[in-house]
Structures are given as structure tokens and as C-alpha cells.
Design a protein around this ligand. Sequence first.
Ligand code: SF4
Length: 428
Amino acid sequence: MKVCVYTLGCRLNQCESEAIADSFSRNGHEVVDARRGADLYIVNTCTVTAKAEQKARRMIRLFSTEGQAVVVTGCYAQMAQAELEELGENIVVVPLVKKAGLLGLCAHIDETTNAGMDLLDAVRSFAEPETSVFDYAASSFSYHSRAYLKVQDGCDNECGYCRVHIARGPSTSLGRDEVVARALQLEEEGFNEIVLTGVNLTMYDHEGEGLGGMMLALIPRLKDTTRLRLSSMEPDHIDERLIEACSSHKVHPHFHIPLQSASDKVLERSSRKYSASHLEWVIEQLRKVKDDPFIACDVIAGLPAEGEEEFRQTYDFLKDTGFAALHVFPFSPRPDTALYKARDKVSERVRDERAASLRQLSESLHSAYVARQIGRRQEVLLETRRGGLWHGTSGNYLKLAVSGAPAFSSRGQIVSGIITAKDMLSVC
Ligand code: SF4
């Protein structure tokens, strides 16, 4: 059977999708991408923006005409089950609480179709057991050379623009010993890079020790050559222990901070629990423990309460701090959120102009960052081989071609070398 797992949204969704795809490929099914046509489609949706929802509906409709069955899960599916089921007759929505049960879908399909049931009936008859959000095996993934380890789910914050905490529920964390055991298992399976993921990763907690405490326990247990990457760091829980953990050579110099705005007024209006001065502290500390790390951020243009002055504060902060990349999102009012009916909304024209100028800023910040990496040593995880060269991602998140990689190099291996051009690393 051909299976396509189509993913929208955050790294956590990617991580979950990979585990699901893996369960099919391990059982002899062919995991294909969306262009190649599949019998079974699994769509992992996102509710962060109206655009992500629109795209999900479009793809689900398309898959519904191409495949025999479409399974839809993820945050958007959680919020709009009936609406999505109406998009086609062969669509089956699996709510979030039962999403981990999808790891058993493959076995269920094999058993029931071998007994003569057709694929759609097999999917429909799949009675997902109640599962924990951490029921994902720490095993090899079918898409990537790195492993994603989900250690946290849900969020206790109620940011004014966000529906994710509504869909995912309160914060919950995988126990520290279990994190260590899963990470060691991934090492055993040959992964050299592990990405720690969560809905709000810095809200991770085990007995009051936080993400920093867990990482400080994990890092000494890992091989000297294993590397950790953090998927995303909400600023409010970044503390000294986490910074200390990040100082380890086993943590890649790549950080992603969803800061959204650098204006105290806008942050407060959006119920974000930190200030611009905390952001300054975070960036300063990360730069103290890592040599010119790649620090990217999410920023929302046109949040309520963002007047010209507030926008200028954010713009100047991003420019002066020298981020390596900005992920810019125009504010999109989401139903069920506190800011949905805000009266101090910014007009769409102004919001889009601001988004455009932030995107321009991002381009120049990124070019400046890449230019100053030339001549520096970096590690690169080998991902694909094209045109006689390996290509991969560096510790500081640059996509590079690799020249001089040792013979018999393999996918997932880490090599070290000097960056000789904006897109090239020479192994030495
Ligand atoms: S921190 Fe805020 S934006 Fe992030 S998931 Fe939680 S509520 Fe949503």
C-alpha cells in the first residue's frame, strides 16, 4: 500500500508525522510524498493561522479524490471535526487525544484488509485506544537524518492570538528518566542529532527542574559526538539553568525564539508573560555561551495595540539585535481567542506593509549572518547526495553543500569543516 503523511505546522507535528510514517514503512508499506499518489493519506493539520487551515482544507479535498481513505488529525482537526468530515465521504477525523493511537493504525489495517475488509472500512473500524500524548516510539524516522524527540505537549499560557493551547490542552512533560532512556535509544539506533520538541518546549518540567534541569541531566549521558537541537524556545521560561545547558558543546548553536513583538505594550495586550528587557537578556546570554549562534525568531506584524511607535520599537530591536532570520506572520484573528474581536486592531493594509518591511529586514539580516560565517568552522549533518556532493544542515542551521566528505560517508553522519562560500563547506 502507498501511504502519504502530509504535515502542516510546527516541528512537533513533523515529529509526530514521522513516527506515524515510520510505523508504515517498518511494516513494508511505501511512504510516498503528496505528488506521487497514495492509497491512504494521513493529514496532520495546524490551526495557528487561517492560511494553514485553508491549505489543510484544500489538500484534504484533493486527497479525498485521489486516495481510498484520508485520515485527518492535528490541532485544526481537533477544533473543526464536523467541518472537515464534510469535505469528502472517505475522510476520517482522529482527535488529538487519540492521535498517538495512529501508531497502531498500520497493524490494524494489515489485519483487517488481510481478512477481506476494504481500506476505508478498515480505517473507519479503527477503534483508537485512549493513549498518552507521548506514545511515540523513539525509533528511526522515515524522512529525516535526525531524530525528533517529543518531550512536552500542551501549554498553560493563554496568549491572546493563539488557539494551540485550546487544541492541545494544559502542559504535560515526559518524565526526565524516560527522556534520557529514549535519547539513549536513539543514539543506539545511530542518530547523531536529536531535536527536542514540544508545543511549548521551555514549559517542560520534571519535579520543578525545568527544561534546563532535564538537559543538564541528559547531556552527560550522551556520547561526546551526539548533538542536541532545540526546536523552539518560548522566552518566558528561559532561565539561567537553560542557558547553562545550552553552553554545552553538545547543543547546536541554533535557537528559535517566538518573540512575536518587542514592545512591552503589545506583549502585555497579547498576554505574553515577558518584557523586551527579558528578551535582551536572553539574546545576550545565548551570545555569551555560543560563538555567533544562529538566532531566529517569530514575529507577528500588526498585533492589536501595535501603533507606529510600538512597531518601530520591534523593528529596531530586531535590527539592532542582529537576528539571523525572522519568520514573519501577519496577525490573523482566530475565533475563540481573546484578541479575535479586539477593537484596537491594525488595518490590514498597515499590517501587510509592516509584514513586508519585516520580511525585507529578514533578508538583509540573513545575508549578513551568512556572510560572516565564511571562514568559520562548523559541523554539518549529511542529509542527501546530489550531483556527486553531500548536502546537509550545519549546527548553526545553514544549508550547505559539502566538498571533500570522506569516502563511504553516510546519511545522518556529522562532518566538520570550514565554510568556504555562502553555501559550501570544505571538510578538513
Ligand atoms: S505560549 Fe502562547 S502562543 Fe505558545 S502555545 Fe502557549 S498560548 Fe500558544
